[in-house]
Ligand binder design. Sequence first.
Ligand SMILES: Nc1ncnc2c1ncn2[C@@H]1O[C@H](COP(=O)(O)OP(=O)(O)OP(=O)(O)O)[C@@H](O)[C@H]1O
Length: 284
Amino acid sequence: MSAAAALTVQALSHAFGPREVLQEIALQLPAGHTLALVGPSGSGKSTLLHLCAGLLTVRAGRVDNGFARTAMLFQQPHLLPWKTVLDNIALGLKARGLRAPQRLAQARAMGEAMGLDALALAQFPGQLSGGMQSRAALARALVLQPDLLLLDEPFSALDIGLREQMHQLLLAEQARRQLAVLMITHDLTEAVALADSVLVLAGSPARICWRLDLALPALQRDDDWVHRQTALLLAQPVVRAAFELPPAKREAARQPAADVTGLQPGQAVLQTPALDTHRCEVPL
Ligand SMILES: Nc1ncnc2c1ncn2[C@@H]1O[C@H](COP(=O)(O)OP(=O)(O)OP(=O)(O)O)[C@@H](O)[C@H]1O
């Protein structure tokens, strides 16, 4: 992977038949960064992720994926029920042409790093809890040493404790190497906990209507910080309108809009420079 590797999306629009879903989307995701896509149901988050993954054909605009290896995690773990957990994790390595002893050793090491012990690795997916299956799915993706990880809400069905464990595993992997992550989530707190930038998609067709840039490294964020930033994000009228929420009543709505960048169609507006705010990098 070159130091300048990035996923770049420019002027991306998409329609399903006559229905326009996305309009003029632009984003850039460099190595080591995390971008979270949030927005109301049906706003086109999965469509955007699938266009980035090459699962849908780009018809208007551009998606340039400069990363050498991309992996994707879906809402469901999609493990093969007739293979052991270890074999599931090793599956992608077989496609890479690794010999059996090598791929099983790498799969075992990654499974263990994800908290799967020898017993769990020897079992079939149906014998594992949902949380263990999610760990296996994450191990199967990470064992391929991707430079870019696309996450389609893989943690949404997990309880709060398991979800936190998965976050820590992901952050540890990111700290180890320059893994870029593009994630969809319905959970604004999760987005603020993990992402360097949160992009809010809304409208019909959807555009990026708001961007929140968070300079504090994810590993240094504590619960108070995450909740404060989430409250500030949720207090923004544009974000509330995106989710069809009534106007905010809480104190957060009266606080200055720290750490947020509102994007009007065609222009970037830096609301209030704050310590944690990056310069807006969305090419419009
Ligand atoms: N293959 C398809 N054919 C036709 N319409 C589609 C297709 N896939 C998605 N859509 C429509 O495109 C719109 C955006 O869907 P998409 O799944 O991208 O939204 P989303 O923001 O990911 O939704 P959710 O948060 O509920 O998962 C929706 O109206 C959906 O019905």
